[in-house]
Design a protein around this ligand. Structure first.
Ligand code: NAD
Length: 473
């Protein structure tokens, strides 16, 4: 029997106002999965009203009280790991290691923001003995969080934990492809003691739920993670309503490898960029720029390693039939422009990969920077490589993109690595595999968006600063 996932509003499961449900699919098998509530603006109205009613008391609680609840939410996520990972697997086909790392990050966001909310406050401003002047970080009220399908629970927790930590209430709208884990999270949060109405989840499509949510007059801030096109559409709504938003959009990020780098580790980073979530990661470094003298060797090693990756074991499927065909369409476009992959470039005709929406890990070597495959976000296990002559050339190619989400630089000359990192137009740059974690702020330059998730920065982004000044003369 098909399981149905309802909305989560005011601390309980709520069927959709119109009684309609949407199907989901297991992309690893192409079999139908659970159904999710097909929300409409009536459900959005209900959820926003619940959030607005619950928020003032939450905002009035002390940081210590909110922190205690958020720690319990983290505990609940960890205790429910198997169920959450199975819900996620059923509609994404993710491999176990990927599921586990996303689950750990999801709990980690609640743990981290539960901790830092007790240490981050406003400040006092010294205006002399005649005044007592200070600032407060105040919540916006009701925040809308609209999230994508590629790392569903992780992206939801990344937004919800800091938003709740500073005293907002949230209405979350997960991707209609992958909603079940976010609904389950809201149930767990309620059971862990998060007051009813503070975290509501309305499932459904972008036009039917996302758009009315962003347009709702009571919503005071929008957090959006997803594509540039949707981000732009929501940006118009936010501009019209004069409300702030965070936009976490796409990328076509460079991985710059100099000949003097630790090539074993650099090759490993390139393989991970292709394999992790099958390249369906906004921050995937899918443009491999290699110093000319090492280019052919590095490409050969990357192609050899990714050619040995096994579908369903080392990497998962593409999320939907439409996205699968979009990736194949990129292959066709590359072929039409004269590019030939050194490995991959198709789906699977037989074997385990043929059962699901798997695409062969693919490398196009030495491509011209103007080709579509070199410029557009493919969102599949696809890498392009380009040789560069020197540091200036590497920088020019790295920055020759509309995007600016992340970059990686590998060099045995650490000063050169940092020099390049400081000149690349991207929100975060890892030099020689430097870690990017929950503690490190994350967000885009250029068309990759604005605002910051993660780190202390997200806590500040979900709060508005109020200055209060008292004359004590
Ligand atoms: P998408 O833009 O199609 O959908 C994202 C969310 O927006 C979904 O919940 C969807 O239902 C909703 N939506 C769609 N149309 C809408 C509309 N008109 N109004 C309101 N909401 C609407 O993106 P996707 O295909 O789910 O995700 C892939 C994209 O997300 C890629 O471009 C990827 O790079 C990006 N992404 C960025 C980050 C980041 O942190 N920067 C993280 C993950 C994914």
């Amino acid at each position: 029997m098909t399981t149905r996932h309802e909305h989560w509003i005011q601390g309980k499961a709520v069927p959709p106002a119109n009684g309609a449900y949407l199907p989901t699919l297991d992309p690893a098998t192409r079999e139908a999965g659970d159904e999710i509530a097909a929300g409409t603006s009536a459900d959005v109205d209900h959820a926003v009203a619940s959030a607005a009613a619950a928020q003032p008391a939450w905002a009035a609680a002390s940081g210590a009280e909110r922190s205690a609840v958020l720690h319990r939410v983290a505990d609940a996520i960890e205790a429910d790991a198997e169920t959450l990972m199975e819900l996620e697997r059923a509609c994404t086909g993710k491999i176990p290691a990927q599921l586990r790392s996303e689950l750990d990050m999801s709990a980690g966001y609640f743990r981290y923001y539960a901790g830092i909310l007790r240490t981050h406050h406003g400040r006092t401003i010294d205006l002399g003995h005649d005044n007592h002047t200070y600032t407060r970080l105040e919540p916006y009220g009701v925040v809308a969080a609209i999230t994508p399908w590629n790392l569903p629970l992780n992206q939801a927790c990344r937004a919800l934990a800091p938003a709740l930590a500073v005293g907002n209430a949230v209405v979350a709208k997960p991707s209609e492809l992958t909603s079940a884990s976010t609904v389950r999270l809201a149930r767990l949060a309620t059971e862990a003691g998060l007051p009813d109405g503070l975290l509501n989840v309305v499932t459904g499509t972008g036009p039917e739920v996302g758009s009315p949510l962003a347009s709702h007059p009571v919503v005071r801030r929008i957090m959006f993670t997803g594509s540039v096109a949707t981000g732009r559409a929501l940006g118009h709504i936010a501009a019209d309503r004069l409300i702030p938003m965070t936009l976490e959009l796409g990328g076509k990020s460079p991985l710059v490898v100099f000949a003097d780098a630790d090539l074993d580790r650099a090759v490993g980073a390139a393989v991970t960029a292709i394999a992790m979530n099958s390249g369906q990661v906004c921050s995937a470094t899918t443009r491999l720029l290699v110093e000319a003298s090492a280019h052919d060797e590095v490409v050969a090693r990357v192609a050899d390693a990714v050619g040995r990756l096994e579908p369903g074991v080392d990497f998962g499927p593409i999320i939907t039939e439409a996205q699968f065909h979009s990736v194949l369409g990129h292959f066709a476009a590359a072929e039409a422009e004269g590019a030939v992959p050194v490995t991959g470039g198709s789906g699977y005709a037989d074997g385990p990969g043929a059962k699901g929406l798997y695409v062969r890990p693919t490398v196009y070597a030495g491509v011209r920077p103007d080709l579509r495959i070199a410029r557009e976000e493919v969102f599949g296990p696809v890498m392009v490589t380009m040789p560069f002559a020197d540091e200036a050339d590497a920088l020019a190619i790295a920055n020759d993109t509309e995007y600016g989400l992340v970059a990686g630089v590998w060099s045995g000359d650490v000063a050169r690595g940092l020099r390049l990192a400081e000149r690349i137009d991207a929100g975060q740059v890892a030099v020689n595999g430097g870690a990017l974690t929950i503690e490190t702020p994350f967000g885009g330059f250029k068309q990759s968006g604005y605002g910051r998730e993660k780190g202390i920065e997200a806590l500040h982004d979900y709060a508005q600063v109020k200055t209060i000044s008292l004359s004590i003369r």
